[in-house]
Design a protein around this ligand. Structure first.
Ligand code: ADP
Ligand code: MG
Length: 659
């Protein structure tokens, strides 16, 4: 059912809903509240002076508004609750005056002082027949909680939903129906209803997730791979051509990869390592071995900027080995692109680097033997089967900086073999991190100046340009202006954001890499992977808007050589949470803390990756449910009952870009 079929949804509202990934009515009813307000109506006689209470009252005279000063007003009226007539005041709600008519019944939330017979309200609610438990949703600009309550309430009437829990598990656990669960989760009458609904919905979500993982595991263990003949000298040859010594964990990882590649089964490995731990070189080794055995490789990066960067650094590392590398990006002219595609098809290119567009139609390989995906996810919707259709089963290597504890990794990446890189390259200094309030910005500017004098470079991150839809460019340019003012227009400042054309982005990145741009103001586009070792400082504005794991990723942009680096988190809020980053440079520790402090936080984080962005499940809190669904979905898969289930057949059809 389409959104526009719901009363009250027009084009504008539809767009806003799209922004929070709601595209149809099913999505809307599955847009779950992230918490609840418990409205507990009490008797005015029981109200004590210091408690916040909610009482029912009827208005008995016309409210008066007085304007105290600019941006400050006071609304007062008399109301009766039970048989007590009291004076009510509320501040800065002058706009409520017209709604507060004599005889109207409302809920007053606030404090009652019986001696003065005065009620100081913090909020007034008009809809008193509504549930006493109010759902609270994540919002976007222009969409209020009340909008969502109304829309979801309306949508639930149509009974459009799916139920993805197979029948026998519904029975086994005696779950409530999906229909009930949806009604309970949005409009619960009591805590028991919330709990019953949550359990069922979480189970459903995790069941589907683990079903996919189990399916991948099953087909991967079955699938034949390429058996390669590679001499063990080639490893030494690769290592001795590197400009640095590999760390212990890097060495273990490349051994793992070597063993995978010479075995006749497919490699399906995840290299998990903190930012800056040096995963690229490990992947490069796999590409090198694959080349030696005569096959082509594809390296996929999440953004074009990263693809370009990989192109440049791999060209350097692989130079001694005569490997021909191609770069495929959206900014190529048609002619150039055709040429690359041609070379790829006839085998003249040994390694192709690009974004996920590499898996699109029209990209044909001569003999693809290895796919490396950097910082990416596994379930590519809409790109399904593109490789399978090409009749190949390449080895696969995933690189991820998402620092998750091993036990969780073993479950949610249960279909993959793991190589974990914990050791950092030698000679790295820990990045010194400081949380600063906006009023202390002078200290930060002073430190920036010091670093600039040393000819080092600086990142400045502002979340204000994060949103592609509602791009607040003004604030970025404001920031640039402020910095120009502070540095007397003597410093070359560049701006990088999502709305720029690829060619423009590339040019700015290039200028930053070569040191022409000294300060790069940017959105979180720089979060993943950018490697400019000469940058020694990162300043993050409105740091409270980010999860700790994201901040840690951002911080990972500096501290990439032997120079002392600095990270400044600018914020007036949530100082305690941010201080975790002052204490630690360990991604695993930080993600654990993030968990404790924010629930899911953005641990498995990489929210943009989609794989792990659950609607209701929380991998840590719901770990027991996760383990149960791991078992159950495997049983379901093995029983082959899913073959009679259209939905799970579809899940399998859509499952993977690589399998
Ligand atoms: P990430 O794991 O975050 O992708 P990179 O692979 O980009 O990290 O590596 C970060 C930087 O460290 C790069 O400049 C890389 O050349 C360098 N590097 C990688 N391994 C080592 C090592 N063993 N010793 C010194 N420098 C290294
Ligand atoms: Mg990387």
């Amino acid at each position: 059912m389409e959104l526009k079929d719901i009363k009250g949804i027009g084009l504008q509202l539809e767009k806003k809903l799209n922004n929070i990934n709601i595209y149809n009515v099913e999505d809307l009813v599955e847009y779950y509240p992230f918490r609840y307000n418990f409205i507990n109506i009490t008797s005015i006689r029981k109200a004590t002076e210091n408690d916040n209470v909610t009482i029912k009252a009827t208005i008995v005279d016309t409210p008066k508004v007085s304007y105290i000063k600019r941006n400050f007003n006071r609304l007062s009226f008399k109301a009766i609750s039970e048989d007590i007539i009291m004076n009510v005041v509320i501040f800065n709600r002058a706009f409520l005056k017209t709604h507060l008519v004599i005889g109207k019944e409302v809920l007053l939330i606030g404090k009652y002082n019986s001696l003065k017979n005065a009620f100081t309200a913090s909020d007034i609610k008009f809809n008193i027949t509504e549930n006493k438990i109010e759902p609270v949703y994540h919002l976007v600009e222009g969409l209020t909680n009340n909008n969502l309550i109304k829309l979801i309430n309306e949508s639930l009437k149509y009974n459009v939903y799916h139920d993805h829990i197979p029948n026998n598990y519904l029975l086994k656990y005696n779950f409530i129906s999906k229909k009930e669960a949806l009604n309970f989760i949005h409009f619960p009458k009591n805590v028991e209803e919330i709990k019953a609904a949550q359990l069922r919905l979480k189970y459903e979500e995790l069941f589907e997730f683990m079903f996919k993982i189990n399916y991948l595991k099953k087909i991967n263990t079955k699938s034949k791979g390429i058996k390669r003949d590679i001499s063990s000298e080639s490893k030494q040859n690769f290592i001795s051509n590197l400009p640095f010594t590999l760390t212990k964990d890097q060495l273990t990882a490349i051994d793992d990869i070597y063993n995978d590649l010479v075995r006749p089964t497919r490699m399906n490995r995840l290299v998990l390592g903190d930012v800056g731990s040096g995963k690229t070189i490990v992947a490069t080794y796999a590409i090198y071995l694959n080349y030696l055995s005569g096959y082509q490789s594809a390296l996929m990066a999440p953004t074009e900027i990263l693809a370009e960067q990989h192109y440049k650094s791999l060209n350097k590392i692989l130079e001694p080995f005569n490997i021909k590398i191609g770069l495929l990006t959206g900014s190529l002219k048609k002619k150039e692109k055709d040429l690359i595609l041609e070379d790829l098809k006839n085998g003249d290119i040994n390694l192709i680097i690009g974004t996920h567009a590499l898996l699109s139609e029209g990209v044909n390989f001569h003999n693809l033997g290895l796919v490396v995906t950097d910082e990416q996810h596994r379930f590519g919707v809409g790109q399904r089967n593109t490789l399978r259709d090409k009749g190949i089963t390449p080895d696969v290597l995933y690189l991820s900086a998402t620092p998750i504890p091993r036990t969780y990794a073993l479950t949610i990446y249960g279909d993959l073999d793991l190589s974990i890189i914990k050791t950092k390259p030698q000679g790295r200094l820990e990045t010194i991190t400081k949380v600063k309030s906006e009023s202390e910005i002078k200290d930060v500017l002073y430190k920036m100046l010091e670093e600039l004098k040393l000819n080092h470079q600086i990142y400045v991150v502002s979340p204000l340009i994060e949103n592609n839809q509602e791009l607040d460019l003004k604030s970025v340019f404001d920031l640039k202006e402020k910095l120009n003012l502070a540095f007397n227009n003597q410093v070359n400042i560049g701006i990088l954001h999502g709305k720029l054309k690829n060619s423009e982005k590339e040019e700015i990145m290039q200028d930053f890499k070569t040191g022409k741009i000294k300060i790069l103001i940017s959105t979180t586009v720089i979060e993943v992977g950018i490697d400019v070792p000469n940058s020694t400082m990162i300043v993050i504005y409105n740091a409270e808007r980010f999860g700790l794991a994201t901040l840690h990723q951002l911080r990972g942009r500096v501290g990439r050589n032997s120079l002392q680096s600095y990270c400044f988190l600018i914020s007036n809020k949530e100082i305690e949470r941010l201080k975790v980053l002052e204490e630690s440079n360990d991604g695993f520790y930080i993600s654990e803390k993030d968990y404790e402090l924010r629930g899911q936080g953005d641990l498995f984080g990489v929210r943009q990756s989609g794989d792990m962005s659950f609607k209701i499940a929380n991998l840590k809190e719901d770990y027991q449910i996760l383990l149960q669904t791991q078992k159950d979905s495997k049983e379901y898969l093995d029983s082959e009952n899913y073959k009679n289930d259209d939905y799970y057949n579809q899940v399998i059809e859509n499952i993977s870009i690589i399998n």
